[in-house]
Design a protein around this ligand. Structure first.
Ligand SMILES: [Zn+2]
Length: 454
């Protein structure tokens, strides 16, 4: 038994490895049995213990307990053909992967296959562009490649690409095909013990679902400060699947979040002719004129705190909210508006000012990058620059101000004022049907979680 201390990113890596192992096991349960001695090599049972909730729980070290399994060398019984079984393995493509490193990680040792992946134009599509593509290989007992399959979504997509490379006698064939994505809805639920991301990891939810949860309830819950141990959520979300494999999560269709005993709910609804929005189950939209935060909630930014400057009116130079975040974190405008200033200001360094309706303005200071120019129109949520440490700043952070007719206001208080727009009478019946179906799915999600916790 080994006891190691890490920051909380490592256990996730460890787990994702065993997850891909599990998924390769479950998708080919029978054919992989003979190879199981090989598959377990180097893996272990991991368990995570997280320190009790504290102000900055997400920054606390996570204790990882690793129990190593002694693996036996695989010994086929006398007379068994080595080609009688094949080994399936899946892993995701990494940014710095070469054909060689990818095959090696997948347990394939095959110089001819590596050479083919280097020279084949279809295989180039796999290594070009984004990392994270899921690659599955089938190999024989001599660790030679029999088949490689990879599926990914092009940027524009409702259609996925499937690369297939197959051994045919002494050589390989390759092809890239397009396939229709299948949109499935999935249910999940979780309990907060330390942070939102720890809970969504535990529930097996992708990060994009965690981010959507935080954003859709951001007007009511400040996920950086308000979470309590024991808070609960249930969620229904779209999963975009290719050949039964989830490629990425789509939109959160409905969610319920119980924070500090208070229940918050939302359901996605698109009225004909209007942009879709989240509504309460009562049919009131919770659309906000101002986003609660100029930084999108993310795994990185969630661990950082906020500092408020006193809004006294005397200390005119430095009023607002500071968001600690790494240099380069994207900064977004919290409402529609027009950029009135984009450039250098004493003390503030690289600065952007945006004018919104009713003579309300926002200011972003200490930026490392400015992506807009004065006079440009910006839409709510649009990225306009990046966090930095320019001007009079002691470290990377965003200095953010909100002014109403020149008077400083607390941006969070502003964001909590929402305009409620009800579903139109014409769409009411359809909304009620959607809401009822979502209500049932959320209740089912909560039951699944309770059952698994018992
Ligand atoms: Zn500041």
């Amino acid at each position: 038994m080994k006891l190691t201390h890490h920051n909380n990113r490592l256990p996730t890596l460890a787990r994702s490895t065993s997850n891909s192992l599990l998924s390769s096991l479950t998708s080919h349960p029978r054919r992989v049995m003979a190879g199981i001695g090989v598959l377990l090599l180097g893996t272990g049972v991991t368990a995570f213990g997280i320190a009790p909730l504290a102000p900055d729980a997400s920054l606390l070290p996570v204790q990882q307990v690793v129990e190593e399994i002694q693996s036996q060398p695989f010994a086929p019984h006398e007379g068994a053909s080595l080609d009688a079984w094949s080994l399936f393995r899946s892993d995701t493509l990494r940014r710095d992967d070469t054909p060689q490193s990818l095959l090696q990680r997948l347990g394939v040792s095959d110089a001819a296959a590596a050479a083919m992946l280097r020279s084949d134009s279809n295989a180039h599509q796999l290594f070009a562009g984004r990392a994270g593509k899921l690659v599955t290989v089938e190999a024989n007992s001599r660790q030679e490649l029999i088949r490689l399959t990879a599926r990914w979504l092009p940027d524009d997509g409702r259609v996925f690409q499937r690369l297939v490379i197959e051994r045919q006698g002494g050589s390989f064939s390759s092809r890239v095909e397009s396939g229709e994505l299948n949109v499935q809805s999935r249910l999940a639920s979780g309990v907060i013990r330390s942070s939102l991301f720890a809970a969504t990891d535990e529930a097996g939810l992708p990060d994009s679902v965690a981010v959507q949860l935080a954003e859709m309830f951001s007007g009511d819950i400040d996920f950086r400060r308000d979470l309590r141990e024991g808070d609960r959520f249930s969620v229904v979300y779209e999963s975009l699947e290719a050949d039964g494999e989830a490629l990425r999560a789509g939109r959160v269709l409905s969610a319920e979040f119980i924070n500090n005993g208070r229940e918050h709910e939302a359901v996605w609804f698109e009225e004909p002719g209007l942009q879709g929005a989240y509504y309460g189950f009562d049919g009131q939209s919770s659309r906000k004129s101002y986003l609660a935060s100029p930084l999108e909630f993310s795994r990185v930014s969630s661990g950082y705190g906020m500092r408020f400057h006193p809004i006294s009116g005397k200390q005119k130079a430095h009023l607002g909210v500071d968001y600690a975040a790494p240099t380069g974190t994207p900064v977004r405008t919290i409402a529609d508006g027009v950029v009135t200033f984009a450039g250098w200001q004493r003390g503030y360094g690289n600065t952007i000012e945006v004018r919104h309706r009713d003579n309300q303005t926002t200011l972003f200071g200490h930026l490392s990058r400015i992506d807009v120019r004065a006079g440009q129109k910006v839409a709510q949520g649009e990225f306009i620059g990046a966090v930095g440490s320019t001007g009079l700043s002691t470290g990377p952070h965003l200095h953010f101000e909100f002014r109403d007719n020149g008077v400083h206001q607390d941006p969070l208080a502003i964001a909590r004022r929402s305009e409620n727009i009800p579903v139109s009478p014409a769409a009411r019946a359809r909304f009620d049907a959607v809401a009822q179906s979502m209500r049932m799915q959320l209740d089912a999600a909560a039951t699944v979680q309770q059952a698994s916790a018992e």
